[in-house]
Design a protein around this ligand. Structure first.
Ligand SMILES: [Zn+2]
Length: 113
């Protein structure tokens, strides 16, 4: 992979990481502990609040996983190993990286063949 192409993928990975961090910051309030003894809040709406919190926490875990994938891809870039499958060492198809620049495996290894 040539340097210009590599830099495009780096930009894209950094853009994705920034997007994820922004989304996480925006939803921080939803993940905060739910007040348990708020009498103004009825039982149903407390359950709603707990559900919103649970969903927000799951979304946050998903974002954390995605950030780890992105950071791992950026680290591979620094080591000159970006674009090569972690399992078999073959080049990962450019089209696959365009869809998912953090992809650590080639399509063959990812599909378990
Ligand atoms: Zn592979």
């Amino acid at each position: 992979m040539d340097t210009a192409r590599l830099e495009e993928f780096r930009d894209e990975l950094q853009r994705l990481a920034a997007q994820i961090r922004a989304a996480d910051a925006q939803t921080a309030a939803e993940r905060a502990p739910v007040e348990l003894d708020q009498q103004a809040v009825g039982r149903l709406s407390r359950m709603d609040a707990l559900q919103v919190q649970a969903m927000a926490q799951e979304a946050s875990r998903r974002r954390a996983r995605e950030l780890r994938r992105i950071n791992a891809a950026l680290a591979r870039m620094d080591e000159g190993e970006y674009g090569y499958c972690l399992e078999c060492g073959e080049e990962i198809a450019a089209r696959r990286l365009e869809l998912d620049p953090a992809a650590p495996l080639c399509i063959k290894c990812a599909s378990g063949d």
